[in-house]
Design a binder for this molecule. Structure first.
Ligand code: IPM
Ligand code: MG
Length: 372
C-alpha cells in the first residue's frame, strides 16, 4: 500500500517521539512491502515563532492532501502562563481538528500485565482493564462562542451540540462495541446540562439499531470515581469533548504512564494519529520522553488502513520492550540510560528480526558491555 503521511512534530518532546514512530513505520514498510511517504510541516508554538500562525496555511494544505496525519505534541509554557496571549499553540490543533472534520477521537486504555505495579492504583482493581474511549472532538464547549466583557471581569464559553454531531460519533462507538465486549457507557452530566440531556435522548435512539450492545449511563463525576475504583466495568466509553479530555487523562493512570496512551482522530475524509500526552517541555531534548504513545499511534494509523498484521507487529514490539524493560525512565527501574531513541531502535529492530530478541536488545546497547 502507498500512503502519504503528513508529519506534524509540533512542540516540546513532539519531534523526538514522532521520530520513533516514523522509524517504526519505515521498518514496517520495508518488512511488509509498503511505501510510506512522509512530509513534514510545522504546527503549534514553533509555527507561531516561524510564521505568526499556530496552523500555517501550508500545513493545513499538506494535511488535506495526505492520507493521514501523524501528530506530535503542542504547547509551550510561555503561552500557558500568559492569559493575554492572543494567539496560542493549542488553537492550531483545534483548528486542524475542525478543518479536517475529525469528530471522533478514539483513546484506547489498557493495563499491561507487566506494568501493573507502575500504577498507583491497586493491581487487582486494574488487571485486565481494556477500555476504548470515544471522545467527541469538534463540538461542545471547546468550539462554542467565547465572550469576555469590556472590563474583562466576566467571561463565558458556550457549550452546544446538535443531534447530528451526537449521532455520527455514537454510531462509531456502537460499531466498535460490537467488535469488543458489547457495552457502551455514555458519560454525561444529564442531571444539570441541557446538552447532556440531548446526548442521552439521541444516544438512546441510535442504540435501538444495535440491539446486541448494552447501553448504560454515568454522570461524569461518578464516572471519574468509577474509573479509579473499578475500571474493568468499562468497555466503550462515549462522551462529549471536554469530559473526554478529562476522563482520558485520568484513565492514563491505569496504564502506569501517560506516555503509553495513543489516539486516533477520525472523520469522514481525514484521519490523524497522536499521543494523548502534551509537549512535556521540561523533558525536551533530554531523551527521556516515552515514545510508546507515538509508536502506538502509528499502529492505530495502520489499523485505520486495515493493515492489522502490521499494526499487531508494532504492538508485539511494544509489549516485548515493556517485558524486557527497554523503557524510558517513567517506567523503568531496571536499566539505566534507555533513551527515547533506544526504545524506538528496539521496536524497529524487533520488527525486522522478531525472533531475535537478544540481538535487538544487544543492538540498543551497542557500545556498552551489557549483552544478555
Ligand atoms: C488533548 C489535549 C488538547 C485538548 C489540548 C492540547 C488543546 O489536552 O488532546 O487531550 O484539550 O483536546
Ligand atoms: Mg487532554
Amino acid at each position: 500500500m502507498k500512503l502519504n503521511i503528513a508529519v506534524l512534530p509540533g512542540d516540546g518532546i513532539g519531534p523526538e517521539v514522532t521520530d520513533q514512530a516514523i522509524k517504526v513505520l519505515q521498518a514496517i514498510a520495508l518488512e511488509f512491502d509498503h511505501t510510506f511517504i512522509f512530509k513534514q510541516a510545522s504546527v503549534g508554538a514553533i509555527a507561531i515563532d516561524e510564521t505568526g500562525s499556530p496552523l500555517p496555511d501550508a500545513t493545513l494544505a499538506l494535511c488535506k492532501q495526505s492520507d493521514a496525519v501523524l501528530f506530535g505534541a503542542i504547547g509551550d509554557p510561555k503561552y500557558d502562563n500568559n492569559p493575554n496571549a492572543k494567539v496560542r499553540p493549542e488553537q492550531g490543533l483545534l483548528k486542524l481538528r475542525k478543518e479536517l472534520g475529525l469528530f471522533a477521537n478514539i483513546r484506547p486504555v489498557k493495563a499491561y500485565d507487566m506494568l501493573l505495579d507502575k500504577s498507583p492504583l491497586k493491581k487487582e482493581n486494574i488487571k485486565n482493564t481494556d477500555i476504548s474511549i470515544y471522545r467527541e472532538l469538534t463540538g461542545g464547549i471547546y468550539f462554542g462562542e467565547k465572550k469576555l466583557n469590556d472590563t474583562e471581569t466576566v467571561a463565558s464559553d458556550l457549550c452546544e451540540y446538535s443531534q447530528e454531531e451526537i449521532e455520527r460519533i455514537t454510531h462509531l462507538a456502537f460499531k466498535a462495541a460490537q467488535t469488543r465486549r458489547k457495552k457502551v457507557t455514555l458519560v454525561d452530566k444529564a442531571n444539570v446540562l441541557e446538552t447532556s440531556r440531548l446526548w442521552r435522548k439521541v444516544v438512546k435512539q441510535v442504540a435501538a439499531q444495535y440491539s446486541d450492545v448494552e447501553l448504560d449511563f454515568l454522570f461524569v463525576d461518578n464516572a471519574a470515581m468509577q474509573m479509579i475504583l473499578n475500571p474493568k466495568q468499562f468497555d466503550v466509553i462515549l462522551t462529549e469533548n471536554m469530559f473526554g479530555d478529562i476522563i482520558s487523562d485520568e484513565a492514563s493512570v491505569i496504564g502506569g504512564s501517560i506516555g503509553l496512551l495513543a489516539s486516533a482522530s477520525v472523520g469522514n475524509k481525514h484521519a490523524m494519529f497522536e499521543p494523548i500526552h502534551g509537549s512535556y517541555p521540561q523533558a525536551k531534548g533530554k531523551g527521556i520522553a516515552n515514545p510508546v504513545a507515538s509508536i502506538l499511534s502509528a499502529a492505530m494509523l495502520l489499523d485505520h488502513f486495515k493493515l492489522h498484521n502490521e499494526a499487531n507487529m508494532i504492538r508485539l514490539g511494544v509489549e516485548k520492550s515493556l517485558q524486557l524493560q527497554i523503557t524510558t525512565p517513567d517506567l523503568n527501574t531496571k536499566h539505566e540510560n534507555i533513551t527515547t531513541d533506544k526504545v524506538g531502535n528496539f521496536i524497529e529492530d524487533f520488527i525486522s528480526h522478531p525472533k531475535d530478541t537478544n540481538l535487538n536488545f544487544a543492538n540498543i546497547h551497542l557500545g556498552q558491555s551489557t549483552i544478555i
